[in-house]
Every structure is written in C-alpha cells, then in structure tokens.
Design a protein around this ligand. Structure first.
Ligand code: SF4
Length: 286
C-alpha cells in the first residue's frame, strides 16, 4: 500500500510548492536560527525534563533542578546572548513555581504519533491502495485530575501577549490525533511569556481552543486533498511557485533565490543556506 505522510510544518510549506521543494526536499535552511526559535527550543527542553520528571515520580525540587541544568547545558551550544540565557532560566524557574501543585498531570511528554487520516482500496490512480498519515509530536498530553478530562497541549514561548489562532494545521491536526489518547476536542496553548515586567499570571496563560466535529472534519478533508496534491508534485517533479505567499509574515526566506535566474538558484541555495535536519518525529525512539 502506498503511504503519503504529512505533518504540520510540511503542510504550511506546501502553500508554495517551490518553497516546499527548497525546504522539505532539499532541506535548505538559514545558517543561523532566530533568537526566538532558540529560546523556544530551550523552553521546550526544560518543560520536557520537568514533566517527564513528574511521570517518573521525581520530587519537585529535584525535577526543577534537572530541568534548569539541562536547559543551561543546551544553552551553551546556541548563539544566544548571556542575557537571553539568563532570561530563559529565570522564566522557567518562575513557571515551575507558578504551576507547583498543578491539577494538570502529564500522561505523555514529547510523544510522537502517526495518525491515519484515510485509507483507500486499490483503484486506477493508486493500484496498490493508499493510506494518508498525519505525523507530529505532542509537547504534552495532560490529564486534568479535577475535571477528569484529557487535553493535548502545546507550549508557546514569546514576548508578546497575542491570542493564539485555532485555525492552524498544528492545532487542528493535534486535536484530531489526540483522539487516540481519549483527549477532548480542544487544544491547550500553554503560553510561557518572557516579559520582564508582567506578573506570573499574565505571562503564564493557558488558552483553550475548542473545536466542533464539523471544523475538524473540514481540516481532515482539506489535509487529504493537500496530501494528494503534494504527492502529485513529488511524482511529477514539478513544484509550482505561488507568488501570493512571498510577502507573508516578514517575507519568504527564499526571496533572493526566486529573484535570481533559474540557473543561478541552486548555487544561491548552496551558498547561503545550510542543509537542515530531515523531518523525523520518531528519531531516537525505540
Ligand atoms: S519567494 Fe515566493 S515563490 Fe519563492 S519560494 Fe518563497 S513563496 Fe515561493
């Protein structure tokens, strides 16, 4: 049976298939990561060690110390300034103190999943049959001991107090896949803010994004159609650009590549981008 695998960042990149080719197929990424991404990675690491400590029954003081130690060790191989590293340390210490005695108990942490969105019998287009899989990694799945319910959660760090959007491939896909844990049709965005002047209750906010069955059904249908479109591009080796996406957010990182003549693009990609890591949510899993 043929399998097409999609994941949230891959789906996002597929908004422009040329970008998908540069990023997902050729793995071309900038040489340096933005500080916000590096800080986010450190926050995720500290949260992972801390919540895994709860699952192993490690006492509070020890799991805080282990989480901060591991974060500190990892920080030394980033390009972050000492001021940013100190801020990550202070923020996570404050976060752990704020949620001490939390009714949300982790039942899975940094847990990879592969969820089958659809399976089709052999037909003319796919003579060997077709299966479409959505992959990802839950930051955490929590059981709320007080309300007796299960929630999938994503940690989001940052310095701004923005409302998260429910219409994201990651949130909707994770809620769909969370059903295998018996999770409710909702996503918890666990905001971890770096603002120096705000009190803990304004920096550490848990947003709940609820979904109807119909909205999740829409997402599944769209994702199946998009997976087949990506597959058609891969099979044909044709990756059409979408120039409506070039200026989105702060601008596509491949703008200079696309502005160059076609025969110069590979050289620019090789010179100004490094080869990043291949998507593999199960890497390191037994
Ligand atoms: S610059 Fe525009 S056309 Fe080029 S990869 Fe980015 S979004 Fe696609």
């Amino acid at each position: 049976m043929k399998t097409i695998t999609v994941w949230s960042t891959g789906l996002n990149q597929s908004a422009c298939m040329r970008k998908y080719d540069f990023n997902v197929n050729q793995l071309r990424v900038p040489h340096t990561s933005a500080p916000s991404l590096e800080k986010g990675t450190l926050v995720h690491l500290a949260a992972e060690v801390y919540y895994k400590g709860i699952m192993k029954g490690v006492r509070f003081e020890q799991r805080v110390a282990e989480a901060l130690d591991e974060m500190g060790a990892a920080a030394s191989s980033t390009g972050l300034s000492s001021e940013d590293i100190v801020m990550c340390h202070k923020t996570m210490k404050e976060y752990f103190d704020y949620y001490r005695g939390d009714p949300l108990v982790p039942i899975a942490v940094e847990a990879p999943f592969a969820y089958e969105l659809a399976q089709y019998e052999p037909d003319e287009d796919f003579p060997e049959g077709l299966q479409i899989i959505f992959e990802g990694k839950f930051d955490a799945v929590f059981k709320n001991e007080q309300q007796d319910c299960i929630l999938v959660a994503d940690h989001k760090s940052g310095s701004r107090n923005s409302e998260p959007s429910g219409l994201s491939n990651q949130a909707m896909g994770y809620v769909v896949a969370g059903q295998q844990f018996g999770a409710k049709r909702m996503m918890m965005i666990n905001k971890i803010g770096f603002q120096k002047t705000l009190p803990a209750e304004k920096k550490f906010v848990r947003h709940i994004l609820p979904y109807s069955k119909e909205v999740l059904h829409d997402w599944v249908e769209w994702t199946i159609a998009r997976a087949m479109y990506i597959d058609r591009c891969q099979e044909s080796g044709s990756y059409p650009p979408d120039f409506t996406k070039c200026d989105e957010y702060s601008g596509c990182m491949y703008k200079d590549v696309c502005l160059a003549p076609p025969n110069a693009r590979q050289g620019i990609l090789q010179r100004f981008f490094k080869v990043g890591e291949k998507h593999d949510v199960f890497e390191g899993e037994e």
